[in-house]
Design a protein around this ligand. Structure first.
Ligand code: BDR
Ligand code: CA
Length: 319
């Protein structure tokens, strides 16, 4: 199994991703690092612990990291994920506590203790990863690669051009891209596509199994959050798709492309991707600045990932 550390801002679709990762035999979750994003740090930690209780995974260590981005104040995403961060899903409070060490320290210890290089899967603003890489630069030797949900080569969601996770902490994303660790971008181009058909999600919600009900609620509750635009998210497996990419890369079309984060102006937080056949050949020289190469997901076999998601969670019969 691939050893991974998840960095999350749980979050409706982070919850789906955690449940998928724990259920998949090809993924070994060493620990979970929490960051403010979809909800406050305290809510993210509590939501993560509650989801681990649903998955009956009490031994996975969970730690709290950054409560705000590197430069900017924390901002709420309650219009998408609800005040609790889990939309309309109600779960009993967890008896568990987070680790007493910060998630930066937890990640360092897990990386150094692992006999094999570890994949960091970032499903949230990348503040914790940036702090880790700045504070302990030697850990890069223990990191296989960084798979991140974030960015886009086309449309944005936080702004017309910027995706939420990168927009929330653009400097952190730039530090991660610049770290020398191989990166894989699972951005909105594919994130926005992988959706469970609404009748299937509704059937899960009304089934007898608690796990199926939780997943059905997470998939459908955005309708209930009110704002019309949330209906765009109905059925999306969201962050869980980045874990599908980890275990089933053949379900994606990808390319190695020059990538950078826009740090100023209206485009702040946008990922700029050079898709030209001869990248780097600007007509105006000297303005381009530094580009990093990243593997970028450009298209996805939706049916394949829907099937993978449901089968992994033992819910394939709902299709
Ligand atoms: C990303 O932002 C959050 O709303 C989701 O959890 C996902 O990680 C999508 O832009
Ligand atoms: Ca997330």
């Amino acid at each position: 199994a691939i050893p991974v550390i998840l960095d999350v801002d749980t979050g409706v679709d982070d919850a789906l991703a955690i449940l998928f990762a724990l259920a998949h035999p090809g993924i070994n979750v060493l620990g979970i690092s929490c960051v403010a994003g979809n909800a406050s740090l305290e809510r993210v930690v509590e939501n993560t612990l509650r989801i681990l209780d649903v998955a009956d995974a009490p031994t996975i260590p969970v730690a709290a990291g950054a409560r705000r981005p590197l430069l900017e104040p924390a901002r709420s995403a309650a219009h998408v994920h609800g005040e609790s961060g889990l939309g309309t899903l109600q779960l009993v409070p967890s008896d568990r506590q987070a680790e007493s060490i910060s998630s930066i320290e937890l990640m360092r210890r897990l990386l150094q203790a692992s006999p094999h290089p570890v994949t960091l899967v970032a499903l949230a603003p990348q503040t914790n990863l940036a702090l880790l890489l700045r504070q302990y630069p030697d850990v890069v030797d223990n990191i296989e690669r960084i798979v991140f949900m974030g960015g886009s080569t086309t449309v944005g969601n936080a702004t017309a051009v910027a995706e939420f996770n990168v927009w929330h902490d653009p400097e952190a994303a730039a530090i991660v891209l610049d770290s020398g660790v191989p990166t894989f971008m699972y951005g909105l181009d594919v994130f926005n596509q992988v959706s469970i058909p609404e009748p299937v999600a509704a059937a899960l919600l009304h089934s007898d199994s608690h796990l199926a009900q939780v997943i059905g609620r997470l998939l459908t509750n955005r309708i209930a959050l009110g704002s019309g635009r949330n209906s765009d998210y109905t059925g999306l497996i969201g962050d869980a798709g980045a874990l599908c990419a980890l275990v089933d890369p053949d379900g994606l079309q990808t390319a190695m492309l020059p990538l950078r984060v826009q740090l100023s102006g209206y485009g702040r937080g946008q990922t700029l991707v050079d898709k030209r056949t001869h990248p780097g050949e600007d007509i105006v020289h000297g303005l381009a600045g530094d580009w990093e190469a990243a593997e970028v997901a450009l298209d996805v076999d939706v049916d394949r990932y829907v099937r993978l998601f449901l089968d992994t969670l033992g819910l394939g019969s709902a299709l």
